[in-house]
Design a protein around this ligand. Structure first.
Ligand code: CA
Length: 244
C-alpha cells in the first residue's frame, strides 16, 4: 500500500487554498481569515491569473467566484476538471447561478451563496479537505526540492547531497512541514499542532529540540543554519539558499 495514504502524514499538511475573487474587500477579508486558520492562501483577481496560479502552485482546494474578469468561474472549473482532480468550492451571487451549477454539472464539490458567513465557508472547506484526505491520490508523488536537500513525501525518504538521510518520524514531518511552507515563518505552536497534533502535551521547547537535531542532519554547518532559519519571537522558516 502506498505510504502516503497511511494517515500520519496527512495530519501535518498545511493545505494551500487558491481564492479567485475579484471584489477587493471580500477577497481581503477571506484571505485574512483563511490565513488565521492556518491555511496558505493564494489569491487571483481574474480567471486567467487564477488558472495560471492553479497550474503552477497546485493548491489543495480552490474557491472560485463565478462572475470574474477575463475568464469566468464556470469556465475555470470546466478547464481545471479536465486537468486535475482538485476540490472546488464555487461562490455564487444569486440563487439562479446555483441552478446553473447543478444543471451544467461542472464538477464543483460545493457552493456557497453570497452573502455568507466565514464560519459557513470554513465548515465546507474543512469537510471537503477531510474528504479529499481520505482518498488516496492515485500514486502521485510529491518531491520537495531545495537544492542539496530533497524530500519525497510519498516514499517518506529524504536526501542531502544525494545521500539518504535517516530521519525519525517527527523530524521527517517537521522538515516536510517547513519545506512545504518555504519562505513562511511558522510559529512553534503551529508546528506543534501540525507535527505533534492537538493532543500533544509537551511545550514549544519540543520543537526547538527537534529543530536542533534536524539541523545537525541537514545543515552543512548547524551553527550557522542556511535552510532552517530562526525567526525571533516566532519560530522557524525554511529557506532554500540560492547559491546552490
Ligand atoms: Ca465577482
Amino acid at each position: 500500500m502506498d505510504v502516503r495514504t497511511s494517515g500520519t502524514l496527512d495530519t501535518l499538511v498545511m493545505p494551500t487554498i487558491l481564492l479567485v475573487e475579484d471584489e477587493p474587500p471580500l477577497a481581503e477579508t477571506l484571505c485574512y481569515n483563511l490565513e488565521r486558520e492556518g491555511y496558505t492562501v493564494l489569491h487571483a483577481a481574474d480567471g486567467v491569473q487564477g488558472l495560471e496560479l492553479a497550474r503552477q502552485e497546485r493548491p489543495d482546494l480552490l474557491i472560485l467566484d463565478i462572475m470574474l474578469p477575463r475568464l469566468d468561474g464556470f469556465s475555470m472549473c470546466r478547464i481545471l476538471r479536465q486537468e486535475r482532480d482538485v476540490p472546488i468550492i464555487m461562490l455564487t451571487a444569486r440563487q439562479d447561478e446555483v441552478d446553473r451549477i447543478a444543471g451544467l454539472e461542472l464538477g464543483a464539490d460545493d457552493y456557497v451563496t453570497k452573502p455568507f458567513s466565514f464560519g459557513e465557508l470554513l465548515a465546507r472547506i474543512r469537510a471537503i479537505l477531510r474528504r479529499a484526505e481520505r482518498q488516496p491520490s492515485g500514486g502521485s508523488r510529491e518531491i520537495l526540492d531545495a537544492g542539496i536537500i530533497r524530500v519525497d513525501t510519498s516514499s517518506r525518504r529524504a536526501w542531502r547531497d544525494e545521500k539518504e538521510l535517516v530521519l525519525p518520524q517527527k523530524e521527517f514531518d517537521l522538515l516536510t512541514c517547513l519545506m512545504r511552507n518555504r519562505g513562511i515563518a511558522l510559529s512553534r505552536d503551529l508546528l506543534l499542532e501540525r507535527v505533534w497534533g492537538f493532543d500533544f502535551l509537551g511545550d514549544s521547547r519540543t520543537v526547538d529540540v527537534h529543530i536542533r537535531w534536524l539541523r545537525e542532519k541537514i545543515e552543512p554547518d548547524p551553527a550557522r543554519p542556511r535552510f532552517i532559519q530562526t525567526v525571533r519571537g516566532i519560530g522557524y522558516r525554511f529557506e532554500a539558499p540560492t547559491s546552490e
